[in-house]
Design a protein around this ligand. Structure first.
Ligand code: P6P
Length: 334
């Protein structure tokens, strides 16, 4: 018999410490967790369910959608639209926001998500994930618009991700640290397995798509070169490199054993400020990383301080072990 703490029990126990908590937030988190269980099942079954391959459509980003991009987006919408906790949702896969349909009651939260991050990996059976961020709907707003989502990352109520890897895990923060839960498929519950996760402040492991090296700004080129020079270089230490091309997997590795993840600004497409999206990738991951004692910066400013200007705005991302992020930020100083 499992005697572990379920995610539901953990959230309720956390909620008891919040004065005036109504239980609405707890119920919202449970609806998100239900969607994650459904997505985990679909990802886990893969071709057995005929859900791999291209959907034959493009999303707002101009990226070819995988069947699972569309399926998982729909799962997130259907699981979270009915309960009355949300006023609206937004997603990487949808150009505009999704107001809660009129047949359902509306609540005080906004949910923004990337339903299947790293989906280019899904056909080759490499870990992917779901990233979500919860904001408050501004007081008095009954018909939210995209502008109501444009809140800096410091205004997030909660953030989390699901990692569909060898095991399915959820890492979650509500602003009281970071805790990790592992899905017990036999019981159908997420059980607490990683209490109060902390990122080691130092690391000798960096993650970046090195094929873009010629497009990076000088501070990032300098940092990576110093890592590559190892013991013989200015760092006097050897470094290791990783690149999974799935942000959720990279961030999870950093939470567990430290590291630094970089998707910096590059000149490959000068019109783009970066590759990763602020609202549903950079902000939620920054909240989690900071709550675990790490840092998250564009190189020039704290990501969570950015005032968003668009639902699908892109930003440079440098996050992970505190002392390495601080070093790169120092290289960006004029
Ligand atoms: P590249 C996945 O598409 C993603 O948004 C992140 O999860 C990942 O870190 C990055 O893009 C991978 O980008 O250029 O290496 O394919």
């Amino acid at each position: 018999m499992h005697t572990g703490t379920t995610l539901t029990q953990f959230i309720i126990e956390e909620q008891r410490r919040v004065v005036g908590a109504t239980g609405e937030f707890t119920s919202l988190l449970n609806d998100i967790v239900t969607a994650i269980k459904v997505i985990s099942n679909a990802v886990n079954k893969g071709d057995l369910m005929g859900v791999l391959g291209s959907a034959g459509s493009e999303n707002i980003q101009g990226e070819t959608q995988k069947k699972l991009d569309v399926i998982t987006n729909d799962v997130m919408l259907r699981s979270n639209e009915w309960a009355g906790h949300l006023a609206a949702m937004a997603s990487e896969e949808m150009e505009d926001i999704f107001p809660i349909p009129s047949q359902f009651p509306r609540g005080k939260y906004l949910l923004v998500f990337d339903p299947l991050d790293g989906s280019s990996n899904i056909d080759v059976n490499i870990s992917v994930g779901t990233i979500f961020s919860i904001l408050r709907c501004p007081d008095g707003v009954s018909e939210p618009t995209a502008a109501d989502f444009l809140q800096p990352g410091t205004r997030q109520v909660a953030a989390g991700y699901a990692l569909y890897g060898p095991s399915t895990m959820i890492m979650l923060t509500t602003g009281q640290g970071v805790n990790g839960f592992t899905l017990d498929r036999d019981v159908g519950e997420f059980l607490l397995t990683h209490r109060d996760v902390r990122i080691t402040p130092d690391t000798r492991e960096f993650a970046i798509n090195a094929s873009n090296e010629r497009f990076w700004e000088e501070p990032v080129q300098r940092y990576v070169q110093e890592c590559l020079q190892g013991k013989e270089g200015p760092r006097g230490e050897n470094f290791n490199m990783r690149w999974v091309a799935s942000m959720v997997a990279e961030v999870h590795r950093i939470l567990i054993r430290g590291g630094i993840f970089m998707y910096p600004k590059d000149t490959k497409d000068p019109k783009k400020a970066g590759k990763l999206r602020l609202m549903y990738e950079a902000n939620p991951m920054s909240f989690i990383v900071e709550q675990a004692g790490g840092l998250s910066s564009t190189g020039r400013e704290r990501i969570m301080d950015i005032q968003p200007t668009g639902l699908h705005q892109r930003v440079p991302v440098i996050l992970g072990s505190r002392n390495e992020v601080e070093r790169i930020v120092s290289y960006h100083k004029p």
